[in-house]
Design a protein around this ligand. Structure first.
Ligand code: MN9
Length: 294
């Protein structure tokens, strides 16, 4: 299988909400165009950044539909269908398939501390429910499940599995995933360590800050590939200064504030996330001005 369309820089698409928590579908469309204009290679829809687990299953499918309508076939689309219910995830996987998505992805089922056999069953059941490639979303800090090389080798016996989104600071794990029994795509998941992930062999990245720093991160990737490590480090350092500022006010709130300043009205996060504070807006206004002047 030709996996080239799965390599590159993917935005974990944010979901904009109005004051009463309603989804702002028009803003989703603007955000899709904004990202594509900045050179993004694809979208990861309805994941952590998209507040996917704060949406109803019907809303998650509506968002998949809206993004597909907006993006068409211009970029690669990955639908995050992860849920603590296998059945709900399978239903969303079938929806993504019918809409023409390129792949599905799922975080491990959480909350009940499922045993390993149950987690393996969950992944195979979801992957086998649709004719789409599957990307495992490895996010140990939130799911409580940390994918190992051995378990990955077990899962990747199923040909449907093509990659891993690795959202963890464990860079050694990337080495393991790049040396499985067969070749797979590995995405770096934390934007603040993209350069480290590339150095360990990551094929691409999926992240939230690419929604508004797509150009900057593309440059980092190009500099890395050209062997210009010093320049790549400088770019990563500039991005990390911004991410450090965002962590103070809440990453998703800050991202929405920045994008709103940049002309895409992103509204608020959904409860129980807190509203965007005035301090956050003031700080992100400066960040937006800096980014727009570059
Ligand atoms: O999808 C995102 N992870 C989470 C990846 O939101 C949990 C990252 O892009 C982070 O938001 C980003 C800031 O920590 O690296």
């Amino acid at each position: 299988m030709d996996n080239s369309k799965f390599k590159g820089l993917f935005s974990a698409l944010l979901t904009p909400f109005g004051k009463n928590g309603e989804i702002k579908y028009d803003s989703i469309k603007s955000l899709v165009d904004f990202n594509i204009a900045n050179g993004i290679d694809g979208f990861y829809v309805g994941g952590s950044t998209g507040e996917g687990l704060l949406l109803t299953n019907e809303e998650r499918k509506e968002v998949f539909k809206c993004v597909k309508e907006a993006a068409g076939s211009r970029v690669t689309l990955i639908a995050h269908v992860g849920s603590i219910s296998t059945k709900a995830a399978q239903d969303m996987a079938k929806c993504a398939e019918s809409l023409g998505y390129d792949a599905i992805s799922a975080v491990a089922p959480f909350y009940y501390s499922f045993p390993l056999q149950a987690i393996l069953g969950y992944y195979n059941d979801i992957a086998n429910s649709a004719e789409l490639p599957m990307i495992i979303y490895n996010f140990p800090a939130s799911s409580g499940f940390s994918l190992t090389k051995d378990v990955a080798n077990e899962l990747f016996k199923n040909e449907k599995f093509i990659g891993i989104k690795h959202t963890s600071g464990d860079m050694f794990a990337i080495n393991g995933f790049k040396n499985l029994n067969r070749d797979i795509i590995v995405y770096n998941g934390f934007d603040e360590t993209l350069l480290a992930g590339l150095a360990m062999g990551a094929d691409g990245a999926i992240g939230s800050t690419y929604n508004f720093m797509g150009k900057k991160f593309k440059q980092i990737i190009n500099d890395f590939k050209a062997g210009n490590l010093e320049k790549a480090q400088k770019g990563q350092n500039e991005a990390d200064e911004i991410i450090t500022e965002m962590i103070k006010y809440g990453v998703f709130q800050s991202e929405k504030a920045v994008l709103t300043e940049m002309g895409v009205d992103m509204g608020e996060c959904r409860k129980p996330f807190l509203p965007i504070s005035d301090e956050c807006r003031a700080s992100m206004k400066k960040v937006a001005q800096k980014l727009m002047s570059e």
